[in-house]
Ligand binder design. Structure first.
Ligand code: NAG
Ligand code: NAG
Ligand code: NAG
Ligand code: NAG
Ligand code: NAG
Ligand code: NAG
Ligand code: NAG
Ligand code: NAG
Ligand code: NAG
Ligand code: NAG
Ligand code: NAG
Ligand code: NAG
Length: 699
């Protein structure tokens, strides 16, 4: 098998060949969650990557309105009515001088304030609804419940919630279907038999008022702004929800006689009451969908299907076992790994790339960022979870036409990928949004990881026109500087760290390296197909400006002043460390200079201001430099926190959760476990007995 791989692939499949021998189940279940009260901020969730349902201590959303979010649920507020700003076509952005010509950027324009802001905040992702226990009109609070005990069994993806009310036990199982956007619930309690327990459904309106809608999404008191209607049968009902142009349905299906009503026509609250002779048990499913679905499985079947799905998830692809019994750091790292794996399958594996807060709450109005796709998705490739990766990686293909238009409008060739995106491929107006460039080579990284896995014609074909279009843009974006005879990147641009003056930023170090990396892979792609490499790509690749060095250390960008003594520059994402770690070494990289740079960053950087994927980035660099202790140290850094539910804490700068920290953790661990070209993994502290299986090797 290996003999058939072309030499250019240049790697061996390592651990994937070894037989699964780690007792995955016992490790996973050690980290199952046990709660005895609701978390007011972070919910336990059930979900399927495209849909997630956050629960409180009752296994539903009884006391706390945790959210129900999806890939498909979005809403537009009404357009502004200000003269000449009533439509997206009225938005003209701003023209900035770019190498002696005016280039139009999608930036908020002071003369177009209303439509600019509308385009930033719309569409926004919506909270599909709330499902909770109903106590026959009685005002039950969480304090009145006794013997509260909730478990999320990670191995089967099911939540079991128990408590007693008035000395009667209530037991609730909650799962999400892996196939439809359905939450399936089974309730057991004698309270059902006496008619004092039911279920309510409620629906909020949506607004684009808050960039961060956390922890709760939606507007609950604007009941007059939206409508719901009920169509009820004896074993099921459909509730239709209309918010302006957005429509969807909730199909509720149950298994014993029950009635559903809307007690107050001025609210959107519906109550489902099982008949008093229910035999102490009641099951229902609530399916959220854009149009009505046939043949929704029963709650019991969904529980079984979900259990199979989760067991298969844990059993396939890679796994790592750390010495959790011997070492607290290993235990905490294993906890983060397992909980991140659960949370990313729920929140980070949908039709579109995930938003930073997944399907827990809304950040940036629920939109997703194309420069963050690398951090969100790369780990799947190392962990060999390709089916989850495949769900959203088609975004480059889907957004190709808008990317081609964007480049053309600016006078460049090829396709320029956008930034803060909604499912239509529109990039939200923003100065930073329009001037970041590090999202461009991501498709090259992904294509290459796929080719290493499947070096086939089909893989080459799949990525060919995306890589060609993006490489065309990259080559045409680089500006040939006649006096220095090299190609410059910028100005204007924002580097990874978003903390420089865009009109002065030229040749940021990381971007230069990544540009070469991207053009290199695009060129190989042509060669592998027997096609000539466009000479412009080669010329740009070979003549990009050198990586800027000052006093023997790499700099943020060429000519940056007082970088190490200016607080705002020696903080935020330490992107330049991505030269070696995140990226494989380029022949231009001088390792001695890099080594001095790393020492300098360690001494000068304000790491308390770092967040999210900065820590995995640092870990990747430390690991590639052979410093496993330090790599683990970064992953467990005091400023890189994960809460009790495994949610990556946003800190002072962004809301919790901030999933790039989880996905980045799995990327770093994946590289440390599977190794990279030129090194056979694993790379973990001496004395740690680590077992790994099923990882792919990184570049
Ligand atoms: C609830 O759980 C916490 C920690 O998980 C524990 O410290 C506390 O004693 C528990 N409370 C009750 C009432 O069992
Ligand atoms: C919101 O409006 C934009 C611009 O008109 C449109 O492209 C998009 O499809 C709309 N989205 C929703 C969810 O209505
Ligand atoms: C709107 O545009 C028209 C021409 O298209 C122009 O005459 C008018 O002054 C503009 N109004 C405002 C408020 O900018
Ligand atoms: C950058 O230059 C453009 C002119 O090309 C100017 O409009 C813009 O305000 C400048 N940006 C900053 C941040 O100074
Ligand atoms: C229910 O009880 C809680 C706590 O006593 C109180 O804050 C809340 O206002 C009550 N709600 C209703 C609808 O009576
Ligand atoms: C909590 O429930 C789980 C099963 O879901 C059970 O294994 C555990 O013993 C229970 N804990 C307590 C304190 O009742
Ligand atoms: C809804 O609640 C918000 C926030 O509490 C408040 O500002 C607003 O006035 C309320 N709107 C209505 C219609 O009650
Ligand atoms: C609800 O509609 C009213 C009347 O159109 C409007 O003034 C209000 O802002 C809307 N509320 C929200 C939250 O959009
Ligand atoms: C756990 O491992 C770390 C990393 O090697 C090490 O620094 C620490 O001393 C170990 N702790 C124990 C208790 O062995
Ligand atoms: C050429 O490069 C030099 C050095 O980076 C820079 O100062 C100059 O502005 C560049 N020229 C143009 C036309 O961009
Ligand atoms: C740089 O190299 C020196 C000498 O080999 C070594 O002591 C130091 O740890 C290296 N720095 C880093 C950040 O790896
Ligand atoms: C480092 O960042 C923190 C914010 O997290 C800030 O409060 C502090 O002043 C910064 N320190 C320096 C030396 O700039």
């Amino acid at each position: 098998m290996l003999l058939h791989l072309p030499w250019s692939v240049g790697f061996l499949v390592l651990a994937t060949l070894s037989e699964a021998k780690i007792d995955r189940r016992s490790i996973v279940q050690q980290f199952s969650l046990h709660l005895n009260k609701s978390d007011p901020y972070s919910p336990i969730q059930v979900g399927n990557g495209n849909f997630a349902f956050g629960v409180d201590i009752t296994g539903l959303q009884t006391f706390i309105p945790h959210n129900t979010l999806s890939s498909w649920g979005w809403h537009n507020s009404s357009l502004p009515t200000t003269a000449n700003q009533t439509s997206v076509v009225d938005f003209t952005g701003q023209d900035w001088w770019t190498h002696d010509r005016l280039v139009n950027y999608a930036q908020p324009n002071p003369d177009e304030k209303e439509i600019s802001q509308w385009m930033i905040a719309n569409p926004h992702r919506i909270n599909l609804g709330r499902v909770g226990l109903w106590f026959k009109g009685r005002n039950v609070t969480e304090n009145m419940l006794k013997k509260k005990n909730q478990t999320l069994d990670l191995w089967t993806g099911s939540v079991e919630s128990q408590f007693s009310l008035d000395d009667e036990e209530v037991r609730i199982i909650t799962v999400a279907s892996p196939e439809t956007d359905t939450v399936a619930v089974e309730i057991r309690s004698k309270l059902l038999d006496v008619g004092s327990l039911g279920v309510f459904f409620d629906f909020p309106y949506a607004s684009g008022k808050n960039k961060f809608d956390a922890p709760f999404v939606g507007v609950w008191n604007a009941t007059a702004n939206h409508t719901t209607t009920l169509e009820a049968g004896s074993r099921g009902a459909i509730i239709s929800h209309e918010l302006d142009a957005t429509n969807y349905l909730v199909s509720v299906d149950w298994d014993v006689d029950a009635v559903i009503t809307r007690p107050d026509q001025n609210t959107h609250r519906y109550v489902l009451e099982p008949s008093e002779a229910s035999g102490g048990r009641f099951s229902f499913t609530a399916t959220f969908a854009q149009s009505s679905l046939e043949n929704i499985a029963s709650a019991a079947d969904i529980k079984e299907i979900a259990s199979q799905w989760w067991q298969n998830y844990w059993s396939s692809g890679a796994f790592i076992s750390l010495p959790i019994a011997q070492n607290n750091s290993a235990w905490e790292l294993q906890r983060r790994i397992i909980l991140s794996q659960y949370l990313l399958a729920v929140n980070g594996a949908g039709r579109d790339p995930p938003q930073e807060s997944g399907l827990v709450n809304n950040g940036w109005y629920g939109k997703f960022h194309l420069e963050m796709v690398f951090w969100h998705l790369a780990h799947w490739t190392l962990w060999n979870k390709w089916s989850l990766y495949d769900r959203s990686i088609g975004v480059y293909e889907r957004f190709l036409s808008t990317s081609l238009e964007r480049a053309q409008k600016q006078g460049y060739k090829g396709a320029r990928l956008g930034k803060m995106s909604d499912p239509t491929g529109r990039s939200a107006p923003g100065e930073i949004n329009s001037l970041l460039i590090w999202q461009q080579p991501h498709p090259m990284y992904f294509a290459e990881m796929e080719y290493r896995k499947s070096p086939t014609e089909a893989t080459l074909k799949k990525w060919d026109h995306v890589l060609t279009a993006v490489a065309d843009f990259m080559a045409s974006y680089a500006f040939f500087n006649a006096s220095t005879q090299v190609y410059d990147l910028g100005p204007p641009l924002y580097p990874v760290s978003e903390n420089t003056h865009p009109n002065q930023t030229i040749n940021p170090t990381f971007e230069l390296a990544y540009w070469r990396f991207g053009l290199d892979i695009a060129s190989k792609w042509r060669t592998r197909q027997g096609n000539p490499v466009p000479s412009q790509w080669t010329h740009v690749r070979d003549n990009l400006a050198p990586l800027p060095v000052e006093n023997g250390v790499y700099m943020l960008y060429e000519g940056v002043k007082d970088m190490w003594s200016t607080p705002e520059l020696a903080e935020d994402h330490p992107g330049l460390l991505g030269l070696y770690g995140w990226l494989p070494p380029d022949e231009r990289l001088d390792l001695a200079t890099f080594n001095t740079t790393v020492d300098r960053v360690y001494r000068a950087w304000n790491f308390t201001y770092s967040y999210g994927w900065d820590f995995p980035l640092l870990a990747l660099t430390a690991a590639r430099m052979g410093d496993a202790e330090r790599a683990v140290g970064w992953l467990l850094d005091a400023d890189n926190k994960f809460d009790g539910l495994g949610m990556p804490v946003g800190g002072a700068r962004v809301a919790t959760p901030y999933f790039p920290a989880s996905a980045g953790l799995l990327l770093a661990v994946g590289m440390m476990a599977g190794g990279w070209d030129g090194l056979n993994g694993p790379v973990f502290p001496a004395g740690w007995n680590v077992e790994v299986e099923g990882f792919s090797r990184a570049m």
